[in-house]
Design a protein around this ligand. Structure first.
Ligand code: PLP
Length: 398
């Protein structure tokens, strides 16, 4: 009683002048934002509120693979929004089965659980691995990043993210990167599975596995009858030059976690698994109110179809190769190493990269730092001409 909720319309009209101040006042301080307010986007470009244009090599952190406001995806979202935005997983949904079939076709796996983010896909994978194997222990990689909720956080390596929130999940073991023998040694009769990002990005600064590592893990998992879980939340949907990064090594996981680039910027995630494994989930074992709602599925169907039809994985490979070639021509004492696959590229510097991302921002190129690595994950629709502009900007700041 007594509280009157007013319409704050007038207040919002004045907002644009102080967005950064108001952000500090009203938003949890969990992000180290760059000083720019993004207002709109198209393809690989975004514009700030003053109308300044930037080439976006962040793409919402490897999310906008089909480009900002992709016309086809926007049209499909609009169509679905006018028909049905949300129903419930209490009822059947046409969009959900269409998208699930599409995801199984492109992943060579069998069944899908829909959720709303990467970390939720990992949570679902942990639960499924325990349910299927009736075992508790998960082996994770040093340097791994799997998300921020308590389960996924338990398998995230960086102590800074974990320390204040213990106790986390027990029965987690760590192994060093690229060391299959150590993995085999760590497996016990309690082990349910191994979780790994085929390419470590957040924790590894774009760390690519040695040629046989994933294959060796697959063999160990088969031998020991435990599950191999791939977290392709960031590497999926054409990012590395294949639809999924695991195709590069010809290794199929038992469980695949995806999100980020799945639905053209619409929040969505999925956990995809082999039939036998997924069938251990029974009604009530897991669920999500929003997971796989018709609007998200329509955005996903449109995005994945756009990627397939326009061969964005292939162009990611060719443009990514060109990008790395051009980067390698830059002579700078600051550069330690340039590495990447497709349009997932890291430029490792000899010092912290944040300052250099700030300088690139001034040159109208958006990037994000991974400690001493500048990460480039542009929309896969980026053109050679736009890449040339990015390379020129990097040359200037280094
Ligand atoms: C981003 C990311 C996550 C977490 O995804 P959210 O959607 O932010 O929860 C998990 N794993 C990897 C590899 C990621 O890159």
């Amino acid at each position: 009683m007594g509280i009157v909720y007013k319409c704050f319309k007038l207040f919002f009209i004045n907002l644009s002048m102080n967005i950064i101040e108001l952000d500090k006042k009203y938003i949890a301080h969990t992000y180290q934002r760059f000083n720019i307010v993004i207002e709109r986007g198209k393809g690989a470009y975004v514009w700030d509120e003053e109308g300044k244009r930037y080439i976006d090599c962040v793409a919402g952190v490897a999310v906008n693979n089909v480009g900002h406001c992709n016309s086809y995806v926007v049209r499909e979202i609009k169509k679905q929004a006018e028909k049905l935005i949300h129903s419930s997983n209490w009822f059947y949904s046409k969009q959900q089965v269409i998208f699930a079939e599409l995801l199984t076709k492109i992943s060579s796996l069998d069944k899908v659980f829909f959720c709303n983010s990467g970390t939720e896909a990992v949570e679902a994978a942990i639960k499924l691995a325990r349910k299927f194997t009736k075992k508790k222990e998960i082996i994770g990689m040093e340097g791994a990043f799997h998300g921020r909720t308590m389960g996924a956080l338990s398998l995230t390596w960086n102590k800074k993210y974990r320390e204040a929130y213990s106790p986390l999940l027990p029965y987690v073991k760590w192994v060093p990167w690229n060391n299959a023998e150590e993995v085999e040694r760590k497996i016990t009769e309690k082990t349910a599975g191994i979780i790994i990002e085929p390419i470590q990005i957040e924790g590894g600064g774009v760390r690519i596995p040695s040629k046989n590592y994933l294959k060796e893990l697959r063999e160990i998992c088969d031998k020991k009858r435990i599950l191999l879980i791939f977290d392709e939340v960031q590497t999926g949907f054409g990012r590395t030059g294949k639809m999924f990064a695991f195709e590069w090594w010809g290794v199929l996981p038992d469980i695949l976690c995806v999100a980020k680039g799945i639905a053209g910027g619409f929040p969505m995630g999925a956990m995809i698994a082999k039939e036998e494994v997924m069938n251990s989930f029974e009604p009530g074992d897991h669920g999500s109110t929003f997971g796989g709602n018709p609007l998200a599925c329509s955005a996903g169907i449109a995005s994945v179809n756009f990627i397939l039809k326009n061969k964005l994985a292939e162009s990611s490979e060719t443009i990514g190769k060109y990008f790395i070639e051009e980067l390698k021509k830059i002579k700078s004492p600051m550069i330690k190493e340039i590495r990447g696959m497709g349009l997932l590229v890291g430029v490792e510097l000899k010092e912290d990269a944040r300052k250099y991302c700030e300088l690139l921002l001034k040159k109208r190129v958006l990037t994000t730092p991974l400690r001493n690595v500048i990460r480039f994950v542009p929309p896969l629709v980026i053109t050679h001409k736009q890449i040339n502009c990015v390379v020129k900007a990097i040359k200037e700041i280094l």
